[in-house]
Design a protein around this ligand. Structure first.
Ligand SMILES: [Zn+2]
Length: 313
């Protein structure tokens, strides 16, 4: 008969199980997809941050400049930034000449420290938000991604830019200083190709994230992006889009989200009941659903409930 003691002894004598399944390999497998004239996109996974993806959930854009490559957004960690640096050198031996951050969410700027000796451009509001919220984001990212984050330090963007005509390393852009996804969201239109690097103002087949969102302002930003008539949209998350459908889809989702939360508040639903609301088919298949919708309820419902409930006096 197998006693408890002998069973424990047996367990102790077993060879150590292979740990590969439990230990992620901690290396990013990045590829650069050519999209247009001197433009590549490194496409992120459409999931939420996980130990499996190491936070490589964001789209990164690389564009040819006069003295090297322009990098738009730097990834989720020092390690992610280093992998982008290596990938850039395989496209252009001179590597990355200049950097832009579209906004201050950690997956878009936590690779900055790798490029700290080069100019890192962003809107003033993005620099300030990175200074204000960077450390809190870092705590959360270390909790979500553990060893993937090792050695990552928060390096806010160094060079503040405004809207309008902008030349970066000899390449001409229209800079659109917008907001709504966060307090400051930069979109960049490449003059040569009509490619719009939209940052997280646009998500495509991946649910938009709302921890810093102002929904009416976000809708206005989408109007401005549509008015720019891009030939190709590179969303912050999801595939590149030559049709403009990504802008329409983001608008549709945000309108539906706002309407659903307002109707829920008026009907007296609580947060848990709203989180259990089934998603319409057109949104249910997006990446990171229904979790992203549930996070949005948590972010947005308390404010919307205050606006919608009749005031007692
Ligand atoms: Zn974002």
């Amino acid at each position: 008969m197998l006693t408890r003691r002998s069973a424990l002894g047996l367990l102790a004598s077993l060879p150590l199980a292979p740990r590969a399944f439990a230990q992620p390999r901690l290396s990013y497998d990045l590829t650069a997809k050519p999209l247009a004239d001197g433009i590549w996109m490194v496409e992120g996974a459409t999931d939420y941050f996980s130990m499996e993806n190491g936070g490589a959930i964001v789209n990164i854009t690389l564009m040819k400049g006069d003295s090297g490559l322009i990098l738009v957004d730097t990834g989720s960690s020092r390690r992610h930034g280093e992998a982008l640096n290596t990938l850039a050198r395989s496209l252009d031996i001179r590597g990355i000449s200049t950097v832009v951050n579209t906004h201050h969410h950690p997956d878009h700027f936590f690779g900055n420290q790798v490029f700290a000796d080069r100019p890192i451009h962003a809107l003033g509001g993005t620099r300030q938000a990175a200074l204000d919220e960077g450390d809190a984001f870092a705590d959360n990212m270390y909790r979500l991604l553990g060893d993937w984050m090792r050695g990552t330090e928060v390096v806010p963007p160094s060079d503040v830019i405004a809207g309008g005509d902008l030349t970066l390393d000899g390449r001409d852009f229209l800079a659109l200083p917008l907001g709504g996804h966060t307090s400051a969201d930069l979109a960049l239109m490449d003059r040569r190709s009509g490619t719009l690097v939209a940052g997280d103002l646009v998500f495509y087949n991946r649910a938009p994230t709302t921890p810093s969102a102002d929904l009416p302002r976000w809708q206005q930003a989408l109007d401005a992006l549509q008015a720019a008539k891009p030939a190709l949209v590179i969303p912050g998350h999801g595939p590149a889009d030559p049709t403009g459908d990504s802008i329409t889809q983001t608008r549709d989702y945000l309108s539906w989200l706002d309407r659903t939360l307002r109707e829920g508040a008026r009907a007296g639903l609580d947060m848990v009941e709203l989180m259990e609301t089934p998603l319409p088919d057109r949104f249910a298949g997006m990446g990171a659903q229904p979790q992203e919708y549930q996070r949005s309820v948590a972010h947005l419902f308390p404010g919307i409930e205050r606006e919608e409930l009749p005031r007692g006096n």
